[in-house]
Write a protein that binds this ligand. Sequence first.
Ligand SMILES: [Zn+2]
Length: 310
Amino acid sequence: MTVLAVDVGGTTIKGAVASQDGQILHTLTTPSEADANPVQAVRSLCVRLRDDAVRLGAAPAAIGVVTPGLVDEDEGVVKYAANLHFRDVPLRKLIGDDLGLPVAVGHDVRAAGVAEAVASGLDDFLLLPLGTGIAAAVVVRGIPLPGATRAAGEVGHMPVYPGGEPCSCGQQGCLEVYASAGGLARRYARLGGASGLDSRAIAAALPDDPVARTVWDDATRALGTALATLTLTLDPARIVLGGGLADAGDLFFDPVRAALSAALAWRPAPLLARSVFGARAALVGAAILARREAGLAVPDGWGADGVQPG
Ligand SMILES: [Zn+2]
């Protein structure tokens, strides 16, 4: 039995047809602004994806749809997603009516945490994609915590430099101002670096660009400090980092590991690892949610084969 998976982002909506053994058989991507009504853009993509699957002879058993924002997985409702202009959108009902299939609605980062949990077999860990912003999947005993108001894991707005630089959220000194891929690029430009460089180009400029060195060191120190707080609170077995900055490899991981260890005097730091799935984690997570919704088994390692990070 196949399932459909859809990852709704602020820029693009990604869809995939996943086979019984976790292979991606087909993908479909559309801009989030493809329709003047972003909810309609999601619904249209889901219908096209279902039709494609049927054409491939791979009729689906269920669909999983994940979005950012405040998501009530139990009700299947996206309460609020600023970038998507979603407010109280009953996605499960809308897509269920369109497709006549069981629908699982999830949060993108928590779904990514589900994918990493299935891939790694770990029960207690943190997953932090370091992209435009920073959110975390806080996985405790195999379940990503949603929190009392569905806002758990918003670690990008942890204050790491009290009284520091302003964040778009209205606070000052938030982690993501310094240590998200987007924040790093903005600080680099603001501090006088060459214009238009992204986090990858800044990493490449480190050997002979003092501005790049400054923002890089601030980023790794900020993240190491934040991870120390999270480690002391949650005692994770592993901290998994994904997104643009994790792509820099040792250049990024070594100083973050050093900052984390330096902030933990009396206990060892948990292992720091790179995400198995990269940018596809949320999509694989959506497929896993769909399989669970359809009552299909999800064996350890499902979806991890043949997935290219990025
Ligand atoms: Zn903030």
